[in-house]
Ligand binder design. Structure first.
Ligand SMILES: *Cc1c(COP(=O)(O)O)cnc(C)c1O
Length: 398
């Protein structure tokens, strides 16, 4: 991608320089990791950095309780279990998400049920309501790309039907819905600290909740079924070891100090790109709900306009844009069409289930394009290059 090359028109590409690197770190990360190493308290049996991290992370999201765990997938499985989801229960989720949203449910024997997304690629509450059956136990709202799903409506639906509402906020650290931090708006919320995410310590995850009983249950599940103030070998429920470590927490604490500045830069660059692309023929920007008072910009999504998708093939558009040095990517294949999910669900149920999700399928096949968050950490002229590349490729079809 970043090597000199020719654009597909045979001329020189719009961009030959690489975009901003990820992760960004410095002396603070080295200092805090060294402190954790020298403490000898690596696993965090008497947590110091883990506690600091959890307090700061909870405060950032207006949550009372935070439990750090080994990754975001397990965070979701634990949240489902803590919420009372059992083998055979149905969990409604959007098809347009990373596979872990569904595999976290399958890991505990629960059945993913797909409700289609809206124009902004977020779970559509009306589709959720239509998918509820007597076996439904939970809803997972995915804050895709860093944009919170409609938590007001989803909460109203989950309350009315007595369901557990979980936020998969893996991509949405720092995001806000109606001025409120994501993660503890629903019953439980989960985050990922994996390398690609906006807050990264290599691997890791967090569970948030404002409900003390749910938080205690989640804590116990991630720590071998131990009891909060109990004896070391007291295990009142079956749990596992899904703990975080002090070394990971040291990195996460350091990275947290950089988050606000990085969020502000991403916001400026996303706005700049929106302004450029919304004026461009053939391209559509994503219109987000105004109740999203902070978008975490983990991904920048934009679309090929429906009016041109008969002439402009998405794969061809991506190939041309990549040849211009612009690292645009294809994005997810909707999970309702994913063989692993379909097969595992059939194994668990004994029958095959197929879901039709035309909005997600159409967008994924023909319209939606992604840029990763690191691209938004560059300069204004980086964004100008991206816009120029997109404009050039769009014009090549005319
Ligand atoms: C990254 C991600 C996860 C899984 O997190 P891991 O830490 O990689 O296990 C789950 N859901 C979504 C939407 C994600 O983007």
């Amino acid at each position: 991608m970043n090597k000199p090359h020719l654009a597909t028109d045979g001329g020189s590409p719009v961009r030959t320089q690489p975009f901003a690197e990820w992760p960004i770190f410095g002396e603070l990360e080295e200092k805090l990791v060294l402190e954790a190493v020298r403490s000898g308290n690596w696993g965090g049996v008497s947590p110091d950095k883990i506690r600091q991290f959890e307090e700061k992370f909870a405060a950032l999201h207006d949550a009372r309780y935070a439990i750090s765990v080994n990754n975001g997938t397990i965070a979701l499985s634990i949240a489902l279990l803590a919420g009372g989801v059992d083998a055979g229960d149905e969990v409604i989720m959007p098809p347009y998400t990373f596979i872990a949203t569904a595999t976290a449910a399958l890991l505990i024997g629960a059945i993913p049920v797909f409700a289609d997304v809206d124009e902004s690629m977020l779970l559509d509450p009306e589709r959720v309501e239509a998918a509820i059956t007597s076996s439904t136990k939970a809803i997972i709202a995915v804050h895709l790309a860093g944009a919170p799903a409609n938590m007001t409506k989803l909460k109203e639906i989950s309350d009315r039907h007595g369901l557990v509402l979980i936020e998969d906020a893996a991509q949405a650290v720092g995001a806000r819905w109606e001025e409120r931090g994501v993660g503890a708006i629903g019953d439980l919320g989960t985050f990922s600290l994996q390398s690609s995410k906006n807050l990264n310590c290599g691997e890791g995850g967090v569970i948030l909740s404002n409900n003390e009983a749910l938080a205690d249950h989640a804590w116990s599940l991630h720590n071998c079924g131990r009891v909060g103030n109990g004896k070391w070998y007291q295990h009142d429920i079956v749990g596992w070891n899904f703990r975080f470590s002090e070394i990971q927490a040291a990195l996460a604490v350091a990275q947290l100090t950089r988050l606000e500045d990085q969020m502000a830069i991403r916001e400026q660059r996303a706005k700049q790109l929106n302004d450029r692309l919304s004026a461009m023929e053939g391209i559509r920007t994503v219109a987000y709900d105004s109740r999203i008072t902070r978008h975490a910009n983990h991904l920048y999504l934009f679309k090929l306009d429906r009016g041109i998708t008969d002439q402009v093939d998405k794969a061809d558009f991506i190939r041309k844009l990549n040849a211009e040095g612009i690292p645009v990517t294809d994005g997810y294949v909707p999970l309702n069409a994913n063989a692993a999910i379909i097969n595992r669900t059939r194994e668990l149920l004994g029958v095959e289930r197929r879901y039709s999700c035309p909005a997600a399928e159409r967008a994924a096949d023909k319209e939606v394009l992604w840029l990763y968050q690191n691209v938004l950490l560059g300069s204004e002229s980086d964004i100008e290059d991206i816009a120029a590349g997109i404009e050039k490729v769009i014009q090549s079809y005319q």
